[in-house]
Write a protein that binds this ligand. Sequence first.
Ligand SMILES: Nc1nc2c(ncn2[C@@H]2O[C@H](COP(=O)(O)OP(=O)(O)OP(=O)(O)O)[C@@H](O)[C@H]2O)c(=O)[nH]1
Ligand SMILES: [Mg+2]
Length: 639
Amino acid sequence: MGVCPHGDDPPPTDASRDDVVSADANTVALLGAPNVGKSAVFNELTEADADVSNYPGTTVTATIGSVDGHRLVDAPGTYSVSSFSEEERVAREVVLDADAVINVVDATQLDRDLFLTHQLLDMGIPTVVALNVMDEVARDGDEIDVDALEADLGVPVVPTVAVESEGIADLRRAIDEACAPATTPVEQWFDALPDVDASRREAVLVLEDDRPTLERLTAGDARADGGLPDVELPSLRDSIYEHRRRRVDATVDRVREQTDDRRTVTDVVDAALLNPLTGTPLALVGIGLVYLFIGDVIAQRLVDVLETEIFGAHYVPWMTGLVEATVPASGWSEPVRFVLINDTLGLLTVTVQYLLGVLLPLVAGFYLVIGALEDSGLLPRLAVLTDRGMSRIGLNGRAVIPMIVGLGCVTMAVLSTRIAGSRRERLISTALLGLAVPCSAQLGIILGLLAALGAGWWFAYLGVMLLVFGIAGVFLDRTLPGESQGLVTELPRVRRPRAGNVLQKTVTRTKGFLTEAIPLFAVTAAAISVLEYVGALASIVRGLRPLTAALGMPAEFGQILVLGLVRRDFAAAGMTDLALSASQAFVGLVVITLFVPCVLAMAMIVKEHDLKTGLVMWTGSWAVAFLVGGLLAAVVTVL
Ligand SMILES: Nc1nc2c(ncn2[C@@H]2O[C@H](COP(=O)(O)OP(=O)(O)OP(=O)(O)O)[C@@H](O)[C@H]2O)c(=O)[nH]1
Ligand SMILES: [Mg+2]
């Protein structure tokens, strides 16, 4: 890695390369625009399973792996390196730290993506270009002259199709040949640099008016003589960008052979999706299909077989017999036996039955659907469709992505609110996620219970949740300071979901879910069994009696709330055992949906925001759940 061999020089031999390749593990960063396949390349190079999804903004923090002794960093997508947005700032830090960059370029978007390439070369960063998505270039009937591009940029260019593993071996070999041209046109402005001690990378950033870089460079001087030296930015950003733009256009003209625009099937589908008149019914049909799959195929049929037939009829009696035969029912071992096999939450019986027979199929089913949605490119289209509605509650359409991810797992969704925009949008979407978006584990059970009550109650539930969502959103939008940003998103192509990727995501996420849920679940179940054994549970439930009575619920509902403090789906599962009238079940389901986020989600909220925000959201959920529940109970009684 170093300065590129000059055009007339012989190609470097292995011996001559040795002196430019550092023997130590050095850092190689994957950089490129959003959604160009950086994470797909990362996964191919490292055999990791970073999230690959067809929408811009999938990767929100830098992920680290290793390839051939290099540290490989998968960065969030960015169109340029500077400090105007969060992603650009992350990219800037990654670039300043990197020994070399693999610049992933979407070959169907050369005019957009080569801008960053030229910036990296101007910064003198050893670079190799991965010219990705070459399959779609061919499908569009276009051609790219890779040799010409290589000659034009002066750095190695490797054509790849990351999702098919094509070109990855070549790319891997090319990492050691990453180089930067000896000179680039940006040097004509170097005279304008303020008098600071900067590396070439920093110099280019300062020339492009990157204030944080300048401040960091002058901070050292400041410490020596007490005050910040008065250094001005050169204000050359526009000139440099314009010049770079012209270079990109010239490059693209030289290397790309474009046929007339073909109108493909996906173009037609796309147009239908983006038109509100056709897009809205299509979205509703899609939601209906998802409901059929999760609410019927999985929550009813599959869960029925697993929960009742396999675990209920075979596993639980077998395990109960086994424990009864080995743990005597007297003396010290009596409480142990109770914790292990009691009928409410026996650690080895009911808990296992619920975890594997109910939760596992539901959660895996949701991840499957969400994975397919993420891969299709439909989510950003949903963002466009919902943008008007979302702007009423201080969000833009991009926030629809965390909301949908939240239907899988609220904890994961809290992290993904980063793509919703500024801090204000993140706060609003996190609050709404915590309040009114049920996660897959909970939703599956709720759908099952509602299906038993009938379609009317299902619509009532949906209506109440949407209403609470809307009112809470408007309230937050009115009370939080500042203003929200509009929707700026680039629409990726609609693609057929790739079975391999969707399955792999489903397996990874389901495994992640289970490894987190099982210990937590076991500890909670045991703790509650102990509380029940010593009679404390009954007192807590008695303490909650005024609240449950106000909702018109039986006393046992208090026990469900205690479970719900830990995980929302515990509460939902508890509901299945209560003898309730239809209206009671309805009120109960609304209350447990609005009730506090699970402990994992709370931990994530505190981590992503702070403790105060977490506490406000937590207590707010109590208040809203009982307020809405009380109102509904009153309305239902009157009706
Ligand atoms: N057809 C095709 N699709 C690809 C290729 N590489 C990646 N994709 C798809 O492009 C989408 C984006 O891939 P990611 O790896 O998530 O892209 P990224 O650059 O990491 O995106 P961000 O993290 O959002 O910046 C996914 O749907 C991939 O399946 C390719 O070579 N050909
Ligand atoms: Mg990514």
